[in-house]
Write a protein that binds this ligand. Structure first.
Ligand code: GDP
Ligand code: MG
Length: 597
């Protein structure tokens, strides 16, 4: 296809504003997929994505469209991942296209993720077409939302396209806007091959599939190529475009977006953002800005039933096959037995993987406290990266500890602003900005990532009745007064509950933890001390009283069925318990104890 007849674009939106529904409509109304094959929300293939309404892996589709000018165009849509954890992948895929549709729910207005993604699109040099969705809703206020887009983002929204992705209203206008308002790609057909690796995934029939965008030159089936950052060399086996099913093509040139397979063994051999060129007569300089994505949040995953360790191992290996940003290594814990220390791009990523292990692979898991990566500066001048509080070196050898900080942006209606400020303040935040857009406030805070990893997002949602939206980026490392807090149950340290905390907050967190555990651990036949300690020093303590009577005693031996039920319930509960010395702790206690109220 000629460059002037190609349009490459992505859709930028906050979760639930209608990105997937719009993508489906564009595919359907152009006959790219027959109605018979059209599943609802075609682009959100995975169940979890569908359930949570988020897209995790970028999906792509090539749409053939005859415009009002009578000419045939190729429209390539790259569906970018919709969450902050995948910020780097978003920024990569944006560099593969020239424009974006900015979809804003006309009944909700601009949200934090809209902002983050639209700035990424602007950074990538995109032309942006604002699209106001859900105008079928009685609560839609398109004029106000237009004004908000202009105020908050600084984009001209006077030509915004008004649509209802659900009913199909305005879809033809979106297609015309893509052709007339977004720029055609540029590129040199006769130059050496230069293509960007946008994404890759594992297909059980084809092996690793690589999604790429050709910047210059031509790529053909059978070509010998190399990846400039990793240095790996491959021969192209299959070359195709996604409609969204694969359709083989002999070659792809500048502006084109397609996929290839090349006997690549694992997804981790392909780095998003890498430059693909020919092995011989390749281009000289790679595309700028390459950086591999690194895990920032770590936690331990242990099977509740230690007999399930092998199942967990094979599940973890399978998941890692298709997710290069998920890392794992074996870990053994005195209390929890064998498991894995796993690294994630962020909290959502952690939740998604944990959910998949539990649901798709049916493994009951104990998740230890999520921890960020600390930089521990030793007295001898060396620096170690601490992924697990249990590995914290002896303090006498430690000079100081640095922790990652984030820039967090929260958008929230006025009414809840006070509570949001308090939450950020309580989490050791430093206010950077506070501005208004209509009846919404935008606050920017500098926060330690470790105060955000466990339940910040849940708290934010609950204090704002769901109205606050949140986004963050990691800004760097900073020294602070951090210590490792241990929890001892019946005088035995439970390493799964160890955590790094700020010294000033240690007592408070220690007390809260002991109180929670006291409620969560069932009574035993003996008294159980529950303690929080720093080094050898106990900073908080609770005592769980001993159990006096048999649980079934109150049934007086009369009602046999009731007695049986109680015993059954106890047995079921036991399955989810772990033994710590002489004490049994329910699995749920690990999660609950770490949440703060
Ligand atoms: P995404 O998270 O941005 O991909 O959003 P989805 O496309 O999954 O849409 C989120 C929800 O909004 C779904 O329940 C859709 O059915 C609904 N929705 C999408 N577009 C419209 C629309 O134009 N009108 C109405 N009323 N609902 C819509
Ligand atoms: Mg979606």
């Amino acid at each position: 296809t000629e460059l002037s007849h190609i349009r490459n674009f992505s859709i930028v939106a906050h979760i639930d504003h209608g990105k997937s529904t719009l993508a489906d409509r564009l595919i359907q109304s152009t006959g790219t997929v027959s109605d018979r094959d059209m599943k609802e929300q075609l682009l959100d293939a995975m169940d979890i994505e569908r359930e949570r309404g988020i897209t995790i892996k970028a999906n792509t589709v090539r749409i053939d469209y005859v415009a009002n000018d009578g000419q045939a165009y190729v429209l390539n849509l790259i569906d970018t991942p919709g969450h902050v954890d995948f910020a780097y992948e978003v920024s990569r895929s944006m560099r593969a296209v020239e424009g974006s549709l900015l979809v804003v729910d006309a009944s909700q207005g601009v949200e934090a993720q809209t902002l983050a993604n639209v700035y990424t699109a602007l950074d990538a040099g995109h032309e942006i077409v604002p699209v106001l969705n859900k105008i079928d809703l009685p609560a839609a206020e398109p004029e106000q939302v237009k004004a908000q887009i202009e105020d908050v983002i600084g984009l001209d929204a006077s030509d915004a396209v008004l649509i209802s992705a659900k009913s199909g209203l305005g879809i033809p206008d979106v297609l015309e806007a893509i052709v007339t308002r977004l720029p055609a790609p540029k590129g040199e057909r006769n130059a050496p091959l230069k293509a960007m690796l946008v994404d890759s995934w594992y297909d059980s029939y084809l092996g690793v599939v690589v999604l790429f965008r050709v910047m210059d030159g031509v790529i053909r089936k059978g070509d010998n190529i190399k990846m400039m950052q990793t240095g790996a060399k491959y021969g192209i086996d299959k070359l195709a475009v996604l409609k969204p099913a694969m359709v083989d093509v002999p070659e792809l040139g500048p502006g084109d977006i397609g996929v290839f397979t090349a006997s690549i063994k694992q997804v981790r051999d392909t780095k998003v953002g890498d430059t693909i060129t020919h092995e011989k007569k390749g281009c000289e300089t790679p595309l700028p800005g390459f950086k591999p994505s690194v895990p920032v949040v770590f936690c331990g995953l242990f099977p509740v039933d230690s007999a399930e360790f092998d199942d967990l191992r094979s599940a973890v290996e399978k998941l890692a096959l298709n997710d290069a940003s998920f890392s794992y290594e074996m870990e053994s814990s005195a209390a929890l037995g064998f498991g894995f220390r796993c690294g994630f791009l962020g909290l959502l990523h952690l939740e998604v993987i944990r959910d998949r292990l539990e649901r798709e692979y049916d493994i009951d898991l104990i998740t230890t406290a999520p921890s960020v990566v600390y930089h521990v500066h030793m007295r001898d001048g060396s620096v170690t990266e601490l992924h697990n509080p249990a590995d914290m070196p002896d303090l006498t050898y430690v000079d100081h500890i640095e922790e990652p900080r984030i820039k967090a942006t929260v958008l929230v209606p006025d009414d809840y602003l006070g509570d949001v400020l308090k939450l950020c303040q309580d989490r050791r935040g430093i206010q950077m900005e506070l501005t208004y857009a209509g009846s919404r406030a935008m606050v920017v805070y500098d926060l330690p990532l470790n105060e955000v990893v466990f339940d910040f997002y849940d708290r934010l949602k609950s204090i704002s009745k769901g109205y606050a939206s949140f986004d963050y980026e990691i800004t760097g490392y900073r020294e602070d007064n951090l210590v490792k807090m241990q929890v001892l149950v019946n005088d035995e340290p439970v390493d799964a509950l160890s955590m790094m905390v700020h010294r000033d907050r240690a007592e408070m967190r220690g007390r809260a933890m002991c109180e929670k555990l006291k409620e969560l651990i069932p009574r035993h036949m003996f008294k159980i001390p529950i303690q929080a300690a720093i080094g050898g020093k106990v900073i908080a303590r609770e005592t769980l009283a001993a159990l006096r009577k048999d649980v079934t005693a109150k049934c007086y031996g009369g009602d046999v069925t009731r007695k049986k039920k109680l015993l059954e319930k106890q047995k079921a509960g036991k399955k989810k318990m772990r033994q710590f010395g002489k004490v049994e702790i329910p699995q749920q206690a690990f999660i609950s104890a770490l949440k703060m109220d």
